[in-house]
Design a protein around this ligand. Structure first.
Ligand SMILES: [Zn+2]
Length: 172
């Protein structure tokens, strides 16, 4: 089954359904999406997944530290992918649980549930979810190789220093 534009349910931030061409109900997790849009005015796209490795750390309520530099793209203010505390899906407890963590990072885990990536652009939001899953895989393997001992990770200040190399010259 494929998603088509007809299947997209249009809503406002008060959870009113504005348009549902195919007559579908919005996902019960739409309240969580709405809270993220309210908490982050710079965000226009949310990618929510239950990807295997990220969700495994979410099950353990274990934030993922910045073990590779690529995570600089995830804007980790505290140098970790934080975990939003557990809330039952579809309840205000769940939608409220993501508000503080999503202010600290563009990618977060949801305890005993899954993961979220956000951006102003839908493609980039999905890409951030992919980065999050990749980081979770690398962290998992680093832990296994290291006998369960925490690998070294980057300080938030080091991640914030990233800049496109000024040495690269464009002809126009
Ligand atoms: Zn979910």
């Amino acid at each position: 089954m494929h998603l088509t534009p007809r299947d997209i349910v249009v809503m406002d931030v008060e959870a009113n359904v504005i348009e549902s061409e195919a007559g579908l109900r919005p996902t019960s997790e739409c309240l969580m999406h709405i809270e993220i849009y309210k908490a982050r005015p710079d965000v226009f796209a949310i990618s929510h997944t239950h990807s295997l490795y990220a969700t495994s750390f979410a099950v353990l309520n274990k934030p993922i530290p910045a073990v590779v530099y690529e995570c600089a793209i995830l804007n980790l203010k505290d140098g970790v992918i934080p975990v939003a505390p557990y809330g039952r899906p579809g309840t205000p407890a769940l939608s409220n649980s993501v508000i503080e963590p999503i202010k600290r990072a563009d990618a977060i885990l949801m305890e005993k549930h899954g993961a979220i990536g956000v951006d102003k652009d839908p493609y980039e939001a999905v890409l951030k979810s992919a980065y999050l899953e990749e980081m979770a895989q690398i962290y998992y393997h680093a832990l296994v190789i290291n006998g369960g001992k925490e690998p070294e990770s980057f300080a938030p200040e080091e991640l914030q220093r990233w800049a496109y190399p000024s040495q690269i010259k464009f002809s126009r």
